[in-house]
Ligand binder design. Structure first.
Ligand code: MRU
Length: 369
């Protein structure tokens, strides 16, 4: 995607040295800074501290982190230790495990001396494939937006999205936002309701920034406003991303997604999740029981970050009384009965085991249940 006229991916490998470069997402939208990662521990910390975030980007960063580990010491014991360190950085996005499961056996099948160059190739491949996959998701989702546009000529299609499932959450394009970028580029008038997405405000800070940079009309709303807007006929469809989706179609995504799906269901508004097959956990069927939900620090709820416009500095302020405790579950699960379709790189599937496994027979058969 373009930032001030320059094309950026959210992560890339340095040309001439074992370094990985990422955009520091903790500083957006107020500062655009590139952070170098030189070791697997730095990569794991960048995931843990959400310098990088979003399921596909977490997977890509893990792949690059394993490459950095192989550059330092490609012995099997070190590569396995690196995988453990990366796996412990964040628990919910299954793309992290997917990337390591894909790379490690291939690396271990090679002699030690060949592993670092292979690790680089595989990490690069995972990044490149992510871009192509998300572009395909965009093409399939575009058809849904196009259809909505045809049924309401003369006005913009209103899409509601939650959190950030744009290019910053992937290597490029995004998942939920890819169809929106493609619709805008095709000349279809689109307007996006952007849930602010407390507590970390990925919608307000990242999605709004991405849409603004691309020229897409959007309005940031408080998380609690979506239901009301749906009742008033102001939302044509919802598109969200996912951190882990079961083989049966239960969709885990940023906390608050479930409430939007309930409101959409009550108002007869189509609710779609856009996700690559690397986000499908083929080993589980029951999302509520089997998906690990990350519990993040209470300070993300008790405090809020922003810019003091007068001073021009970034500030962090407390928003709850001293002495009150706070809890911070970071994700929730939307049961498949509230999901009207799953937009994947191979097309739009019903949220059901039958449809997902028909679309991805090889992947579905790949892991024992
Ligand atoms: O906690 P985050 O910011 O990593 O959560 C991100 C989301 O919930 C996204 O919606 C999801 O990863 C899909 S990204 C294409």
């Amino acid at each position: 995607m373009q930032v001030n006229g320059n094309h950026f991916r959210s992560i890339w490998l340095a040309d001439d040295e074992p370094r990985v470069l990422v955009i520091d997402q903790t500083l957006l939208p107020f500062a655009f800074e590139i952070q170098p990662l030189s070791t697997v521990s730095e990569a794991a910390l960048a995931i843990r501290n959400m310098v990088v975030r979003g399921a596909p980007l977490i997977g890509a960063t893990a792949a690059c982190g394993l490459y950095l580990a192989a550059e330092t010491d490609a012995l099997e014991a070190n590569l396995r230790k690196a995988c453990q360190e990366l796996l412990s950085s964040r628990p919910t996005a299954v793309n992290l495990r997917w990337a390591l499961d894909r790379m490690l056996p291939l690396l271990l099948a090679e002699p030690e001396a060949a592993r670092s160059s292979l690790a680089r190739k595989l990490a690069q491949r995972i990044c490149d494939e992510d871009v192509a996959t998300n572009s395909a998701i965009g093409d399939h989702g575009l058809e849904l937006i196009s259809k909505a546009a045809k049924s309401s000529p003369g006005r913009a299609v209103n899409v509601l999205t939650h959190c950030n499932a744009g290019w910053l959450a992937t290597v490029d394009w995004g998942t939920a936002l890819a169809p929106i970028f493609k619709a805008h580029d095709a000349g279809i008038p689109v307007h996006v309701w952007v849930d602010e997405t407390r507590p970390r405000n990925q919608g307000a800070s990242l999605t709004a920034w991405e849409l603004g940079a691309h020229g897409v009309a959007h309005t940031v709303i408080a998380d609690n406003a979506g239901g009301h807007l749906m009742q008033q006929g102001e939302v044509d469809l919802c598109i969200v991303g996912s951190d882990r989706t079961t083989r049966t179609g239960d969709v885990c995504n940023k906390i608050g997604t479930y409430l939007k799906a309930l409101a959409a269901h009550d108002n007869g508004i189509p609710f779609y999740a856009a996700l690559p097959s690397s986000t499908i956990d083929w080993t589980i069927r029951d999302g509520i029981r089997d998906i690990p939900i990350e519990e993040r620090p209470a300070e993300e709820v008790s405090h809020i970050n922003g810019r003091d416009n007068a001073a021009g500095t970034l500030v962090r302020v407390r928003v709850i009384p001293d002495g009150s405790s706070a809890a911070n579950p970071a994700f929730d699960v939307t049961p498949r009965r509230f999901v009207d379709g799953i937009i994947t790189e191979r097309g739009v599937a019903k949220a059901s085991e039958e449809h997902l496994t028909t679309l991805f027979p090889q992947e579905a058969a790949g892991q024992p249940l």
